[in-house]
Design a binder for this molecule. Structure first.
Ligand code: SF4
Length: 154
């Protein structure tokens, strides 16, 4: 069983109200059992919602209490992001997933780089909040730009 970001599967759960449908991912997983997860929706946030970025670190820092998730209107949404990460982990454990394919660059789902917290489009090395929690629990996280690496795991 593989956990996949809902927006990659075509669900309109992005902050902007649309999706990040990725045909290569859906074709690659055609014969696999998948569960769809959107940490931000699981954390109780509405769609659409203001975009959010991590300030003061990355998802690991958020879990350690040294970084915060702030939306573009200045609201601190850290608690919702942590709740979404916990709910995602619970679902992933319930379904016995050892692998997750999550949307690149997201403050929840990113696994290599994320936006740097300045809402200017700049990025920094780091992981999203859900990715940080999953990795801490030994679950491998890839993003949709790592097709070759994903293939070796299927
Ligand atoms: Fe939801 Fe993650 Fe997609 Fe954002 S990137 S919409 S949190 S699944």
């Amino acid at each position: 069983m593989i956990a996949v970001s809902s927006c990659l599967l075509g669900e309109d759960c992005r902050y902007s109200g649309n999706n990040n449908y990725d045909r290569r991912i859906t074709e690659l997983l055609e014969d696999e059992e998948v569960i769809s997860i959107c940490p931000e929706v699981l954390g109780g946030l509405s769609t659409p919602r203001p975009p959010a970025e991590i300030q003061g670190g990355d998802g690991k820092g958020v879990l350690e209490g040294i970084a915060r998730v702030i939306d573009k209107e200045g609201n601190d949404v850290t608690v919702s992001f942590i709740e979404g990460a916990r709910e995602s982990l619970a679902l992933i454990k319930e379904h016995g997933c050892s692998l997750a394919i999550l949307k690149a660059k997201s403050p929840s789902c990113g696994s290599r780089v994320i936006y740097d917290g300045s809402f200017s489009g700049n990025k920094k090395a780091g992981v999203g909040v859900t990715t940080a929690l999953l990795q801490k629990e030994g679950i491998e996280v890839f993003n949709e730009e790592e097709i070759d690496r994903i293939i070796t795991k299927l």
